[in-house]
Design a protein around this ligand. Structure first.
Ligand code: ARG
Length: 582
């Protein structure tokens, strides 16, 4: 079957025509083929305007040259030159039909695998030990998971890693508090920490109010950094306790991060001295106020003063910047990653920009590498401020997810005939899907308003709307008692059939554009387009109604099957379940 995007295929044909006619060489992308939103037109080619300028000709002349030399009879039914030189393209119904037949037996739905796979080091989720994960980590987990699935699907190698905050001075007080609570190194612990946030706060209160405790905590930090065995065992206990909590969230959320993906701050700790020594040896550092700093070119504050990246503090300790320099050095160097992605909130934009600049100066990142801060905005409550609980506390992720499932259960109960067990599983798919989709369907760099009603709406760009379209297409197949065979002839002729066919066949283009900009919302937008096209098709094109000729029925069943196939695939790339019944 045709692999990849029809638009690019058309672009290639136009490029060939222009080479023959005008002796110019352009790439298929440069042919500027775009889906058209005019009724009766499938694609538009916008190449003539720009090229005419370059060639010193009239746009219409260029368009005419392209059209009259176009060898695309197998795909194209009609072309028309409109306005100054736009080329409107209508595809052949039988081409759409055969492409759809081919799609039915292609589990990739036409999405090609990349020619040159790259190795991505993907940093996502990255919560902090001894603290509950909060909604800020929700976005990183959800966006990171979608990117992971997308990149793997198109054939890249992805090495996920979870950069948990598991090292640093707070661990002194946390460990002392553990000891006070009766924990012993290497022993069965008296009790698990039910409330990690509470635990952290208690330690903090003691640290601030009890001089003796604070003193012990500071000594404990020294022991920890010195590698004292008993201290390390207690620290490990705390990390394990948190990791269990993270796993609970990942499980609920369908995020595939596992224990072995933990590459916390402690992992890089032994590399920090070398990392900084290398910067010093390369002559990149300066001492400023007692701290070792690098001043990467181009970074200044409002007063025009150079901005430092502090790589070793004046007290000799290393901080967040040094650790991230070590991550870049480690993943690009030791692990041979070509692409380093960090899925972290926008407030850390400057940190990453400076880290990447310094890593480039040090030669750890070269032009062969791509390092990118995959930034995202905040989740806001209905008041436009950072989301809070009714009591004003920060929203805990686990509670939020349970609430999502509960609310979805209520939505599902209204319309379903499923039994209780099936309903619980559907509620989970719908509830978790709603939260994830709300997070993925907007431009990730923007903040978004968290609204239960909006994310669980049966109409609109929501997960449940897509899930519902999928179950409808499956239900008609069930009723028909058959799935279309792999060679079913599909003939989309009605406008609603053609729209749906085109939307399905444009899925590969949506995937490549989502990958290119690391923008999962492009997949969401496209799946929504498919679901709305399916909905008009459903209303206008009877399938099982008596009197529907058999070949029409078969063709429409095939369209329904393809809809379910692409929606299910698309949702799975986003990390969202597509239940078979709602
Ligand atoms: N733990 C950090 C936080 O909660 C995020 C770490 C992101 N990754 C990194 N390599 N800096 O803010």
């Amino acid at each position: 079957m045709l692999q990849g995007d029809i638009g690019l295929e058309l672009g290639g044909r136009i490029a060939t025509a222009l080479r023959t006619a005008l002796d110019v060489s352009i790439t298929p992308e440069e042919a500027l083929i775009r889906p058209s939103n005019r009724a009766g037109v499938d694609y538009q080619c916008n190449v003539a305007m720009g090229l005419a300028k370059k060639l010193g000709r009239k746009p219409r002349e260029v368009a005419e040259a392209a059209v009259s030399n176009l060898d695309a009879g197998d795909l194209v039914a009609e072309t028309e030159i409109a306005g100054p030189g736009f080329i409107n393209i209508v595809l052949r119904d039988d081409f759409l039909g055969s492409a759809l037949t081919a799609l039915l037996s292609d589990p990739r739905a036409g999405v090609p695998v990349v020619d040159e796979p790259r190795r991505f080091a993907l940093d996502y989720s990255s919560p902090n030990v001894a603290k509950e994960m909060h909604v800020g980590h929700l976005r990183s987990s959800i966006i990171g998971e979608a990117l992971r699935r997308l990149l793997e699907f198109i054939g890249h190698e992805v090495v996920p890693h979870n950069h948990i905050g598991d090292w640093g001075t707070p661990f002194g007080m946390l460990i002392e508090h553990l000891i006070d609570e009766g924990w012993v190194a290497d022993g069965a612990q008296a009790h698990a920490i039910g409330d990690l946030n509470g635990f952290y706060q208690q330690a903090r209160v003691k640290f601030d109010g009890d001089e003796d405790f604070a003193d012990r905590a500071r000594k404990r930090v020294v022991l920890l950094q010195g590698g004292d065995e008993q201290t390390l065992a207690l620290w490990q206990g705390l990390v394990d306790e948190s990791a269990r909590h993270f796993e609970e969230v990942y499980e609920l959320l369908g995020v595939s991060l596992r224990r072995e993906d933990l590459y916390g701050e402690s992992f890089y700790n032994p590399m920090l001295a070398d990392t900084v020594a290398e910067l010093e040896a390369k002559g990149l550092t300066e001492i400023s106020d007692g701290a070792v700093c690098v001043f990467p070119p181009g970074f200044t504050n409002r007063e025009g003063e150079r901005l430092p990246l502090i790589v070793r503090k004046s007290d000799g300790g290393y901080g967040y910047p040094a650790t991230d320099l070590a991550t870049a050095r480690y993943w690009a160097g030791e692990r041979g990653a070509t692409d380093l992605l960090y899925v972290v909130g926008t407030p850390q934009a400057q940190h990453f920009a400076m880290v990447f600049a310094v890593a480039a100066q040090a030669g750890w990142l070269t032009e062969k590498h791509r390092a990118e801060h995959v930034a995202f905005g905040s989740i806001l409550g209905s008041d436009g401020k950072t989301i809070r609980t009714r009591a004003g506390g920060s929203v805990k992720l686990v509670e939020l997810l349970h609430e999502a499932v509960e609310r979805a259960g209520a939505v599902v109960a209204e319309r379903t005939e499923l039994d209780a067990e099936a309903r619980a599983s559907v509620a989970r798919s719908v509830g978790i899907g709603a939260v994830k989709y709300a997070d993925l369907s907007g431009d990730r760099e923007k903040d978004y308003l968290f609204s239960w009603d909006k994310m669980l709406a049966m109409d609109g760009n929501t997960a449940v709307y897509l899930q519902y379209a999928n179950t409808r297409s499956l239900s008609v197949l069930r009723k028909a008692g058959q799935r279309p065979s792999a060679d079913t002839a599909v003939l989309p002729v009605e406008p609603a059939e053609r729209e749906l066919a085109l939307a399905l066949l444009r899925f590969p283009a949506a995937v490549s554009s989502a990958v290119e900009s690391l923008a999962p919302h492009r997949i969401c937008g496209h799946l929504y387009e498919i679901a709305t096209a399916f909905s008009s098709f459903w209303e206008r094109c009877p399938i099982l109604a008596p009197g529907t000729p058999d070949e029409v029925r078969q063709s429409r069943l095939a369209l329904a099957a393809a809809t379910s196939q692409v929606l299910t695939l698309g949702l799975s790339l986003l990390g969202i379940a597509a239940p078979e019944r709602l």
